[in-house]
Design a protein around this ligand. Structure first.
Ligand code: AHM
Ligand code: MG
Length: 318
């Protein structure tokens, strides 16, 4: 049996000790969040607070608690220089001599909390000794992963080569349940919030129309981590396009702690992740909370959409 601890042991020599210790602390944080979520309504932790975060969204008690747990994991890790979170206005300096920034969404999909649907924690680790290093492309990520808190708590992680999945057992041990996961290259299933159809660009609108005509299936959980977990296991395409009426808003999902970590995981599993016709991992960030239109999943299908974006650009009048 491979546990997360034995997996971390196997990384010693490839990753430095500080980084390995950090990954252990992040895994502990996800265990704590998982435990807290399981009984949250019994502990009076449901509902909303009156605090609005930097995204303009009302925070839930569990958003704040999960953020604090992830921040504690960063503070307990000597290697961490900065923490960046969906729930914090700007970066938090952690250790002056730290080498890595941890960039996270502490509780993705938290609008699903009160209806008992899967939510998750997404994280990305990048080399950073100054705050200027936080705005690097996703290609510089050293580790990316997410925990999905559903019927099972699962930790999905990559250090750039291969994706491993661990499942939390009753004793609090993460046990490896899949190694070197590959996303099937072809699919007949997509995930999109169809209620926003009027705001889609022409490429996405045409793709969805053609897919429905071709008999594709649709799934939309409303928690990216849950939709992604399904795609790692049986393929599919996830789309959250920009609003065509507000193209500069970039859509809903954030590049640094949603698009980039998912992009690294998806590419490591042989899938593709794009913004228009370029890789998500090649987008140069301009702000910590920058939003980007995100499409990822089965390689052949995502490349088909990227090709349609290229063709649409070529067709544009000069
Ligand atoms: P959050 O990080 O504030 O939870 O927002 C991100 C979530 C994603 O998990 C999900 O795919 C998307 O928002 C759902 O958006 P919508 O409600 O527009 O369908
Ligand atoms: Mg999120």
């Amino acid at each position: 049996m491979t546990t997360f601890e034995t997996y971390l042991d196997s990384l010693k020599g490839t990753l430095d000790d500080g980084l390995v210790a950090l990954l252990g602390n992040i895994a502990d944080a996800t265990r704590r969040i998982s435990d807290t979520l399981r009984t949250s309504s019994l502990s009076g932790l449901s509902g909303a607070t009156d605090v609005v975060n930097v995204q303009g969204e009302t925070q839930k008690p569990l958003d704040i608690l999960s953020n604090d747990i992830m921040l504690d994991a960063c503070k307990a890790s000597a290697a961490v220089s900065f923490a960046v979170s969906e729930e914090l206005d700007s970066e938090v300096p952690v250790h002056a001599d730290g080498k890595y920034a941890v960039i996270f969404d502490p509780l993705d999909g938290s609008s699903n909390l009160d209806v008992n649907v899967t939510v998750g924690t997404i994280f990305s680790v990048v080399p950073a000794t100054s705050s200027a290093d936080l705005l690097q492309t996703g290609r510089s990520q050293i580790v990316a992963g997410f925990a999905a808190y559903g019927p099972q708590t699962c930790l999905v992680i990559t250090t750039g080569k291969g994706v491993q999945i661990f499942t939390l057992d009753d004793s609090g041990t993460y046990v490896m349940t899949a190694s070197d996961v590959k996303i099937v290259p072809e699919t007949k299933e997509f995930a999109i919030n169809a209620a926003r159809r009027a705001s889609w660009d022409d490429v996405v609108a045409r793709y969805i129309e053609q897919s429905i005509d071709a008999g594709y299936n649709m799934r939309w959980v409303g928690s990216m981590v849950a939709d992604a977990y399904r795609i790692f296991n049986r393929g599919g395409v996830f789309l959250y396009p920009a609003d065509r009426h507000k193209p500069t808003s970039g859509g809903r999902l954030r590049l640094l702690y949603e698009g980039n970590p998912m992009g690294l995981l998806v590419e490591a599993a042989g899938g593709a992740a794009i913004v228009g016709d370029i890789g998500i991992l090649d987008v140069k960030p301009t702000a910590l909370h920058q939003r980007v239109p995100v499409i990822f999943g089965s390689r052949v299908e995502v490349n088909k959409i990227a090709g349609a974006y290229t063709a649409a650009k070529v067709a544009e009048p000069a």
